[in-house]
Ligand binder design. Structure first.
Ligand code: A2P
Length: 340
């Protein structure tokens, strides 16, 4: 990898893609040339960057020759279709989609937790799902301390996890419903629409994030199960997931209860979290919320407490900016590991 790589952002006009560009700039990532790609809709748009004005290219017409690192966040279908051409042209693809996360030859990396896995890549490195990423920032260090065996995890996922259209939907539905105070109480509210979600998200909670698969779990819930096992390198961790969408713009929260090979007390857990990279422990009298996490790099942890029914475990709350550590920041951190 050259010291000054040529970098492409694929899906550069999306919620994560824009954050990728901002984070490359903030962290002064060494870039000799930046290329931006998106769909036909945005081709020709000019973006002002630290490296000059860059014209967005149409992905299906772009020539990947010369690119050293390609940060993909244009959806799994685009990753499946185009990543191979980029790697064949010599690029390392850091892919934010779910397309390759479970491929045995593709490391699934949370910088600060299993960064060592980057070394085994064969051209593609996968960025975990934003909910799993946020949880792993706390679960990873605790796993190293005591060996994670069992976990019940409930997510409270923001609408930006569904991209620009998720954020547009929350704003639109909130505007429609904010005028209907009495109707919201009486249950006579006017349907504000729901796309891209299954039901309205304004003033509401959807007890399923993602789409239902198999035995009634959503694809988001399966990601939490399978990605946890791959990142923590332990196939027999048992995970009981429930993924919920909440009317929050940015910031995914996860309430998790974990049991370990050896009992873990809250005091030790607090010390481990305080010493972990990329995580900040917030006091329970100023508990960390999604609003606090938006725009912040660290994942925030609060409410570390002992399990009650079956002692020896830990319950905690963790929340992080799903566009930053949950997606774009981790992708750039992976790129930094490649350059280092
Ligand atoms: P575009 O803005 O041109 O549609 P988000 O999930 O936040 O909506 O972002 C999705 C990103 O993926 C955007 O940059 C979007 O580009 C890009 N994208 C979506 N469909 C395609 C496609 N068929 N080819 C290339 N890029 C795509």
């Amino acid at each position: 990898m050259p010291d000054l790589p040529r970098v492409a952002v694929v899906g550069a006009t999306g919620a994560v893609g824009r954050t990728m560009i901002a984070i490359l700039e903030e962290r002064e990532f060494p870039v000799s040339e930046l290329r931006l790609m998106a769909s036909e809709r945005s081709a020709g748009t000019v973006v002002n960057t630290r490296w000059g004005e860059v014209t967005v290219e149409q992905l299906d017409k772009a020539d990947p020759s010369g690119i050293d690192i390609a940060l993909f966040s244009a959806g799994a279908a685009r990753s499946r279709r185009y990543a191979a051409a980029f790697t064949a042209a010599g690029a390392v693809v850091v892919d934010n989609s779910s397309a390759f996360r479970q491929d045995p030859g593709v490391p699934l990396v949370v910088a600060g937790v299993n960064g060592h896995a980057v070394a085994s890549h064969e051209g593609v490195i996968a960025n975990p799902n934003c909910t799993t990423m946020t949880l792993m920032m706390a679960a990873g260090p605790l796993h190293r301390q005591a060996g994670l065996a069992r976990m019940v995890a409930m997510s409270y996922q923001s609408v930006s996890g569904a991209g620009m259209s998720g954020m547009d939907a929350l704003m639109h539905q909130s505007r429609v419903l904010i005028e209907q105070r009495e109707a919201l109480v009486a249950g006579t509210w006017e349907d504000p629409g729901n796309e891209p979600f299954q039901r309205p998200i304004g003033f509401n909670v959807l007890p399923m994030a993602g789409s239902i698969t198999g035995a009634g779990h959503t694809d988001e819930e399966w990601k939490l199960v399978n990605e946890t096992r791959k990142i923590l390198e332990r196939e027999d961790i048992s995970v009981e997931p429930t993924c919920v969408r909440v009317p929050v713009m940015v910031g995914h929260g996860i309430s998790a209860t974990m049991w370990f090979d050896t009992p873990l007390d809250p005091e030790t857990a607090r010390r481990v979290i305080e010493e972990a990279p990329g995580v900040a422990l917030w006091a329970d009298d100023h508990v960390a919320t999604p609003l606090d996490s938006a725009g912040a790099d660290p994942v925030l942890v609060s409410r570390i407490r002992p399990t009650l029914g079956q002692p020896g475990g830990i319950s905690l709350w963790t929340v992080g900016d799903n566009l930053r550590k949950g997606a774009a920041l981790n992708a750039v951190e992976i790129a930094e590991l490649l350059v280092a």
